[in-house]
Design a protein around this ligand. Structure first.
Ligand code: SF4
Length: 158
């Protein structure tokens, strides 16, 4: 049975920068949880940031993560990404389901680095690192695609 690395906020943990969560309500997701497939992590929290914390965005042109006060928080984000990768490598996890648009977990879009509320195509630091190690990253918007992939794999190897 394939395990899936999951953004802790999608499982209802109060780890978002604003102290909230982003609980994913989805039958397939609930089934995976019931099966014990889900391994949760919040890269920003394990990277050493507190909750709540100042919102942060990637500044792609400088390869930095900056919070809204202008503080460089790249080190904590990088540390969190490395811990997420270590979890995957230790537990042989090849799939992740991460919250889109986050500067850590985004897999399709991120905010544009100017704190204007505008999104651009891009990925978070954790997603980038996981993909560099051939871990497939999906989001709350592509649960069905991940489900199809797992079903296909499990039929192939059964
Ligand atoms: S870093 Fe990822 S898991 Fe943590 S709150 Fe942000 S989106 Fe959720």
């Amino acid at each position: 049975m394939e395990k899936i690395l999951v953004s802790a906020c999608l499982m209802g943990d109060l780890v978002r920068y604003d102290g909230g969560h982003q609980q994913l309500v989805n039958k397939t997701f609930e089934q995976w949880q019931h099966e014990g497939r889900l391994v949760k992590v919040c890269p920003e929290v394990v990277g050493g940031l507190s909750t709540p914390r100042a919102p942060a965005e990637r500044v792609l042109k400088d390869n930095l993560v900056i919070d809204v006060s202008g503080k460089d928080v790249t080190h904590a984000f990088t540390r969190g990404a490395n811990i997420a990768l270590s979890i995957c490598l230790e537990q042989q996890i090849k799939y992740a389901l991460l919250k889109d648009s986050s500067p850590s977990c985004g897999s399709n879009t991120i905010y544009d680095g100017r704190f204007t509320g505008s999104k651009i195509s891009g990925v978070g630091l954790t997603t980038e690192l996981l993909r560099q190690h051939d871990i497939e990253v999906y989001s709350e918007n592509t649960v069905l695609l991940l489900a199809e992939k797992l079903t296909h794999n499990e039929k192939k190897f059964s």
